[in-house]
Write a new protein. Structure first.
Length: 502
């Protein structure tokens, strides 16, 4: 539970979110935050693993530094080890059929089994797989899944199991005027990025009005201009307007008289999704609206969920975009469910795009460590030490899993190393439920290869970057907000002492 100074509470088990929310001061620690961010952006899962591995790599490097191994040797050794680890992981990985729902489901469920929502992982796992397959495209013979096309609308109330997958776009807004139709069939949709209002002049102007007639003329003129705008909308053939900006009340009134519904103050993300789904173009002026700039959907209707009204755009021209309406007991539950669903969508995407998976539960890390040790001997010299340290750092993942499951890490490690002596046992990892070392593949603990490879990549790069730092020097600090003075309390106290290396 992360509590901010103003009392905001975030309850999460998502590594990326924890790192983002932490009040980090130390510049090296900020790099670990970056590791989590990169991992999250690139592959969507494995952020905790990446941060743990970076920490372990640095810890092991410190021990080597104490033994007078030069940082450049460590960095070189780590690089060789990372390249080899990638090769080992690729060889270890198994192919899946990207349309195999059952296989994808296992991957989604593994990523959610470590989260607070794990009780509903069957249900949410299905939703993640359905949503990802719905937005799957094939470009140049390759599968592509854009997870941004899966919109998540959060509504607390009811329970996680009442979460619904809508094939279309759900807008968290209601129709702007009570007299507008609440349901539009065969919608012709105008997407506007312009105000339907009279523009205020940029300079102060004064108008002298001497009698009531002039006042009336002035207001009539405003009304006429608004009516003209609405006429332009109607002329294009649109019967529904999504507007990114505001709409004047009088314009809303005219629109409703013409039977045109409208939603104002749309987010730009929603506008882009609508453009993609309905085939419409976002226009910067009502004058530019024409029949071929309009999008299409079979039905647009307003519907009530709990106390709120949502607008559903169903059966759009291009039904690629989907929306998950997430429900859950409290706001915190829904927030964490959103993060977990995001992780699940990303791992399913990774698996669909690459069609390569590995087992989880620390099995690939243990196997990589074993093979890296064999490799280290072949490399020899001082780099051998660095590669062996890398292997040991990889083993921190099954160790952490064992510790978190309340097991004795040494027992588990001994058992795990013994099992991995036999190549047949490559998928032996920690079964957190039985507390034993087991074949995690047969337990359906499966993860995309991409997550594991990115973990190795980002952890090695961050650790090497920190290892290359010779010294910390105070700079003028013209960029960004002022921080604590270097060297002072809370400053760079924890940095390794400046050396004469490199
Ligand atoms: N049922 C299970 N038994 C054993 N290990 C599991 C099981 N489910 C998941 N794991 C393992 O847990 C680890 C993932 O844990 P977790 O999801 O908390 O962290 P992460 O994926 O590294 O980061 P985050 O999900 O916060 O981005 C992986 O190594 C995965 O193989
Ligand atoms: Mg995870």
């Amino acid at each position: 539970m992360l509590v901010s100074t103003i009392g905001d509470v975030v309850i999460t088990n998502d590594g990326a979110t924890i790192m983002k929310e932490l009040d980090v001061q130390h510049p090296a620690a900020k790099m670990l935050v970056e590791v989590a961010k990169t991992q999250d952006n690139e592959v969507g899962d494995g952020t905790t693993t990446a941060v743990v591995l970076t920490g372990e790599l640095l810890d092991k490097a410190e021990k080597l530094l104490d033994k007078d191994v030069h940082p450049t040797v460590i960095v070189e050794g780590y690089k060789k080890a990372a390249d080899k680890a990638r090769e080992i992981l690729e060889k270890l990985s198994e192919n899946i059929d990207p349309n195999d729902r059952a296989a994808l489901r296992q991957i989604a469920m593994t990523s959610m089994s470590t989260k607070g929502v794990s009780g509903s992982k069957d249900y949410l796992g299905d939703i993640a797989v359905d949503a990802a397959l719905q937005v799957k495209e094939t470009r140049d013979g390759k599968n592509k899944v854009d997870v941004d096309l899966v919109k998540i609308v959060k509504k607390h109330g009811k329970s996680l199991e009442e979460t619904e997958l809508v094939r279309g776009i759900v807008i968290d807004k209601e129709i702007a005027h009570p007299q507008m139709p609440k349901r539009t069939n065969n919608a012709k949709i105008a997407l506007l990025n312009a105000k339907l209002e009279i523009e205020k002049t940029e300079f102060d102007a004064k108008i002298n009005i001497n009698n009531p007639d002039q006042m009336k003329l002035f207001l009539d003129e405003e009304e006429r201009m608004l009516k003209e705008m609405v006429d332009d909308v109607a002329k294009s053939g649109a019967n529904f307007v999504f507007c990114e900006k505001s709409i004047d009340d009088i314009a809303l009134h005219f629109l409703s008289k013409k039977g045109i519904s409208a939603i104002k103050n749309m987010s730009s993300g929603d506008m882009e999704k609508l453009a993609k789904a309905t085939g419409g173009k976002i226009m910067a002026s009502v004058k530019d609206l024409s029949a071929d700039s309009l999008g299409e959907a079979k039905v647009i209707e307003e519907s009530k969920i709990g106390d709120d009204k949502l607008t559903y755009v169903r059966d759009a021209k291009n039904p690629m975009a989907v929306t998950v309406v997430l429900r859950g007991g409290t706001e915190h539950v829904v927030d964490e469910a959103e993060r977990s669903l995001h992780d699940a969508l990303c791992v399913v995407r990774d698996a669909i795009e690459d069609a390569k998976v590995v087992a989880g539960g620390g099995a690939p890390e243990a196997e990589t460590a074993k093979q890296l040790r064999d490799y280290a001997v072949k490399v020899g010299g001082r780099e051998q030490l660095a590669i062996e340290s890398f292997a040991e750092a990889m083993e921190s993942i099954p160790l952490a899993l064992a510790e978190n499951a309340g097991l004795d890490p040494i027992d588990v490690m001994v058992d795990l190393r013994a099992k991995h002596e036999n190549p047949e046992n490559r998928w032996y990892g920690v079964d957190v439920f039985s507390g034993k070392v087991k074949d995690t593949k047969s337990l359906n603990v499966v993860e995309p290869l991409r997550v594991k490879i990115q973990v190795v990549k980002s952890a090695t790069e961050a650790a090497s970057m920190i290892l290359r730092i010779d010294d910390v020097v105070a700079s003028k600090g013209t960029k960004g907000p002022p921080g604590p003075p270097p060297g002072g309390p809370g400053g760079m106290g924890g940095m390794p002492p400046g050396g004469d290396y490199d």
